[in-house]
Structures are given as C-alpha cells and as structure tokens.
Design a protein around this ligand. Structure first.
Ligand SMILES: *Cc1c(COP(=O)(O)O)cnc(C)c1O
Length: 417
C-alpha cells in the first residue's frame, strides 16, 4: 500500500459532532486532518500505466498521432458509437478548434452557468458569447431563453451538459434547425453519460470532452472532439496539427492541439477502470442521497438512473430560507472541517472579466442563473472518498442546518471564502 492509498487520517476523536460547539468553525477539532477535495483525480491501474509508459519510451514515439493516441481515439469512438474522435491537448483548445471548424462567428449563445472556458473559447477568437439563462431544475441552458437572444449576428449555440446531465437536446436541435444555427456541446462533464439511449457525443454538430485531471476520466490534461460529420472531423484534424496535410504541405491555418502519447497512455489505462469509478461514484451518490434526505432546505441534484451517468458531481442546492443558513455559511463551516466544498460556478461567467465590463447588465436577463450561483455547492466524491467520510460530511451538514438559527447568530457577519 502506498501512502496515497491509505485511508484519510481522521481526528483521533472519532465521536460524532453533537452540538454546534463541536463544529471546527466554533473551535471544535476539524473533522479531517487532511483536506477532502472536490475533483481529486481518479487514477487507474498504476502497473499497467507504467508498462505503457515504458512501451512508449522504448518506441521513442512521444507525440504526433502515435499508436496510443490512435488507439484511444478508436476506443472512445467505439464506446460512444460516434464516427470520429479527435484527441486533443485539453478541453479548452478542443472547444476553440471545434468552434473555429464549425465556422462560428459574430455571436454565439452559451449558458452563463458553466466553467469560464466555455465563454473564453469564443471570446479568445473574437466571437461574442451571448449569455443565456438556465432551467432552475436541470441547471442546463433553457431553450425558451435561447430564442429570445437570437440576433442577425447569431451563428450558433453551445449547450453545456452540466454535471453530466444532458441538455434538452431535442429542443435545442429544433431551434438550431429552424434558425439555421450551428449547435455544439461542451460535454466536459458528460464523458460516459447517455441521453435517450444514445451516448453523449452524438448530439449537435460536434461535442467536446475535457479529460482534465479533475474530471471523471482524465489523461492528466486532455480533451477530445467527437462528431459524426466527416467534413468537420477532417477540418479539426488539420487544425489541431498546424494545418499539415502531409510532409511540408500546409493547407489550412492551424494550431497545436495534439495529445501526447503519455496522456493517451493514461487515458487507455483509465478506460479500463472506468466502470469501477462509476460504481464508486454511484455508491457515494446513493449514500449522500440517503443521508441528506429530509435535511430542510438542502436538496441533492439527482441523476436519471435509467440513463448512463458518471455520477461525478455531488451538487447541493441550499435554500437559505428553509435551511436557515446560507450556502456561503455552509461552505465556511465545511471548509473549517477541512471539507473543501466548492461554489461551482460562482459568480457566473457574466460576472467575470472581461464579460462583467463588456456586458454590465447581462444579469438582468439571467435571473435563474443569478439565483442558482448563490445556492449551489459541490461536495467531495470519487475514489478518494469513502463511506466514513460521507457519513461525517452529511452529519456536519445536518447539524449545521438543524441548529441553523444558532449557527447563523454565532457566525461572523462576512467571512471571505
Ligand atoms: C473543465 C471544463 C472545461 C475545460 O476543459 P480543460 O480540459 O480544463 O481545458 C470546459 N468546460 C467545462 C464545462 C469544464 O468543466
């Protein structure tokens, strides 16, 4: 057993926290000595990974569409049932290239409730992201809002399958068809997920995955574009390799979006344990669901269990009126216990630069997003978190909420997180 595999060290005193005085924020011992993170990397079979790394070193083929990248692309395309998979150095560059290859220009409609890279991938190419509100239940882009922000400059829509839960793909496809817009998906959260019997990766003109270390499936850094369009795939292949169509033959403007062999080695190894990671995430999700049931004002975001999911995100919504404490207060309480819950994606892309200065009034059209970013938090899960940790986390949340009035009165008025 390596150090990394050891169970997390807990405080010597293993007793339950019974009163607010036991909370670390009020001077109790923190529940965990070592921080529990959201998005701790899932690492597959180390021996198998090292074998592959030795193999690629022996081969001295380190990048440029090597055998591991080719194999990874084939395996992913096969798993998803999609015609083309083009592996890339990261999800952001994959998004930028997909956007360019699809010919997006002018304005593109995106949700503000997403990781900043969705918007930056557009703005980086001088395309204006037009922020669209999301649905309060699904947290995904609201198709009925999409229609209201279409202008003559609009060239496309980018939906984001937030938390791995699919967008309303039918409604978006219908709008895109009727208004003659391109439709892309940022599927950074949705690797291994399905929608209406088809794997995510088959919707819109193309979909983009991130294989960043914090994601469900990782290649250290990495990403991919998947598409059923031969034309788009050919363009993307050229673009991610400087536009080289052969030795000394550049036919296009391109950049360097290539995935390296060592990343592909990590990916191939990770694919072999994907089912185990899903099983652990699912077990964690079920436990959180059970142990948080009935906590007033705290709602766990649920997954459609008839579809395939990666269960990578444990997302809570805190209703301050019912819970008697705010999301931010709960996050402060958890951080003091060394439970590093995250406020994804606070404060919303439209409240970050350069968008905040460019579109100071964007929030007026985003009431659902503005309310959601104040209520949502992500809890630790994945292979680094086990049943004991989850029991403690849920117990602390329950304690804080059950003594909400008392806890709120004792908390300093504003603590920076
Ligand atoms: C992680 C993420 C990205 C960016 O992917 P990288 O591989 O980190 O560049 C884009 N969009 C969303 C929604 C993400 O969560």
């Amino acid at each position: 057993m390596t150090k990394r595999d050891l169970p997390l060290v807990e405080t010597g005193n293993n007793s339950m926290k019974l009163s607010p005085d036991d909370l670390a924020i009020f001077g109790g011992a923190p529940a965990f000595h070592e921080a529990l993170h959201v998005g701790r990397p899932n690492v597959g079979d180390r021996e198998r990974l090292l074998e592959r790394i030795n193999e690629l070193l022996d081969r001295k083929w380190l990048t440029n569409q090597g055998p591991f990248v080719q194999e990874l692309e084939q395996r992913i395309a096969q798993m998803i049932g999609v015609k083309h998979c083009i592996a890339m150095c990261n999800g952001t560059v994959a998004l930028e290239i997909a956007i360019r290859a699809a010919g997006l220009a002018g304005e593109v409609i995106v949700p503000s409730m997403t990781f900043i890279a969705t918007a930056h991938a557009l703005q980086w190419q001088r395309i204006t992201p037009v922020f669209c509100d999301c649905d309060p239940t699904s947290h995904n882009i609201d198709p009925s809002c999409v229609e209201t922000v279409i202008t003559p400059r609009t060239s496309g829509i980018i939906g984001v399958h937030l938390w791995g839960r699919p967008c309303d793909v039918q409604a978006l496809a219908e709008i895109a068809r009727r208004r003659n817009l391109k439709l892309l998906y940022d599927a950074a959260h949705a690797f291994g997920c399905s929608c209406q019997g088809r794997m995510i990766g088959n919707f819109g003109d193309a979909e983009v995955f991130s294989f960043h270390a914090t994601k469900f499936f990782n290649t250290f850094e990495g990403g991919a574009v998947v598409t059923n369009s031969d034309d788009l795939a050919a363009k993307i292949r050229l673009m991610k390799n400087f536009g080289f169509a052969g030795y000394d033959n550049v036919t296009y403007i391109g950049t360097n979006g290539k995935m390296s062999e060592v990343s592909a080695a990590m990916g191939l190894t990770g694919l072999e344990s994907m089912a185990d990671v899903v099983a652990e995430n699912y077990r964690n999700y079920q436990q959180y669901k059970r142990q948080l049931a009935g906590v007033p004002g705290v709602r766990l975001t649920t997954y459609d269990e008839t579809a395939r999911s990666n269960y990578q995100y444990i997302i809570l919504e805190v209703d301050e009126t019912a819970a008697q404490i705010s999301r931010d207060q709960l996050v402060e309480i958890l951080h003091a216990e060394n439970i590093l819950a995250r406020r994804y994606f606070y404060p919303g892309c439209h409240q970050m630069e350069p968008y905040r200065s460019l579109f100071p009034h964007a929030g007026l059209l985003l009431p659902v997003t503005e309310s959601l970013v104040k209520r949502v938090l992500a809890l630790p899960t994945g292979t680094a978190v086990g049943p004991n940790e989850i029991t403690k986390i849920c117990q602390i949340i329950r304690l804080a909420v059950e003594h909400g009035d008392d806890v709120r009165a004792r908390l300093p008025p504003r603590v920076a997180i």
